[in-house]
Design a protein around this ligand. Structure first.
Ligand SMILES: Cc1cc2nc3c(=O)[nH]c(=O)nc-3n(C[C@H](O)[C@H](O)[C@H](O)COP(=O)(O)OP(=O)(O)OC[C@H]3O[C@@H](n4cnc5c(N)ncnc54)[C@H](O)[C@@H]3O)c2cc1C
Length: 285
């Protein structure tokens, strides 16, 4: 279908974008890479009067080193997250997850910020950001505020970003030297995951000292596998060492049942994929 008619602006500063958003309120919609918004407009699930394109605001793009953290602009594309040398050195899990998003064309247009703002529970970047303890910098008329990942994802397609606010940056504490893997289960290539697991681990001499594990599509938001993380501290990085911890991965989750699989099947998948993800992150598979 063709989207309903809308006006379009492409401001060159964040202030102009916020002013346009403030003026039009509910009737305006931000567009980043357009990879999720345009299908929504085409299906007429949303019909904004004004579309505000962030594509000309250079300050929202790129990755910079900020001491203990990396700062990734909301408009940084998935492709740039995959290849950026700072991300690969200090936040490898994000690069691994972005590599698994859709296909090359979508990764070249779609953005890290757009993906987490859209908050599809099957989105790959949310769980990776959660596992990395990312923080989200949100700008509004009154200034900026920083929201931790645990509070950012509120519900299905709902985040802490207000209607008159714009996500500007994602701050990611460095995990330099940590191994990482994103294990995604799909029926055919380039699909949204049925279930996926984001894992990053630190350790040496075959022992895991710390681990962060988060699950995709196991509830209405990305979820931390906290019981698994606790059980992995001090575990040996072997199939047997990781198995019991991985078996706890689905604790506290509420996965959907749909044509791709029942909730029970997804719970089973979560344990298997967690074991694979942790072993690969630890370099043991
Ligand atoms: C065929 C297809 C397959 C896909 N497969 C996958 C997949 O396997 N895994 C996956 O994770 N994703 C997948 N995607 C989605 C893709 O990752 C998108 O890039 C992403 O979901 C949205 O990013 P975007 O930059 O295109 O955002 P847009 O589509 O431009 O925006 C998405 C939403 O976020 C809002 N928004 C965007 N940026 C901001 C901001 N800075 N501040 C406030 N609000 C903002 C918009 O208003 C809109 O509501 C797929 C998309 C397509 C079309």
């Amino acid at each position: 279908m063709i989207p309903a008619q809308f006006d379009y602006v492409a401001p060159s500063t964040l202030e102009e974008a916020l002013a346009a958003l403030g003026e039009h309120g509910d009737d305006a919609k931000i567009i980043a890479g357009g990879q999720s918004l345009l299908p929504v407009l085409r299906m007429r699930l949303n019909a904004p009067e004004l579309v505000i394109d962030l594509g000309r605001i250079d300050s929202l793009r790129g990755v910079r080193d900020d001491g203990d953290a990396l700062v990734i602009g909301a408009m940084t594309t998935h492709s740039d997250v995959v290849t950026d040398s700072l991300v690969r050195e200090h936040a490898l899990l994000l690069s691994k997850a972005a590599e698994e998003v859709a296909d090359n064309q979508i990764r070249h247009r779609g953005t890290f910020g757009g993906s987490v703002a859209h908050a599809d529970p099957a989105g790959d970047m949310g769980s990776a950001a959660l596992a990395m303890d990312a923080e989200f910098v949100i700008a509004g008329a009154g200034g900026t505020r920083t929201v931790p990942a645990t509070d950012f994802f509120v519900d299905l397609f709902e985040t802490a970003i207000g209607e008159d606010e714009i996500l500007t940056e994602i701050r990611v504490p460095k995990k330099t030297g940590w191994g990482a893997h994103y294990e995604k289960f799909v029926r055919v290539a380039h699909q949204w995951p049925i279930v996926a697991v984001a894992a990053t681990v630190n350790g040496s001499g075959g022992t895991i000292s710390e681990a962060r594990v988060a699950l995709t599509n196991m509830g209405s938001t990305p979820l931390r596998a906290s019981a698994t993380e606790s059980a992995l501290a001090g575990a040996s990085a072997t199939e047997d060492g990781v198995r019991a911890a991985a078996d706890a991965a689905a604790e506290g989750t509420s996965p959907p049942s749909d044509l791709n699989g029942s909730a029970e099947y997804r719970r089973h998948l979560a344990t298997v994929l967690t074991r694979r993800a942790v072993l690969k992150a630890a370099g043991a598979a």
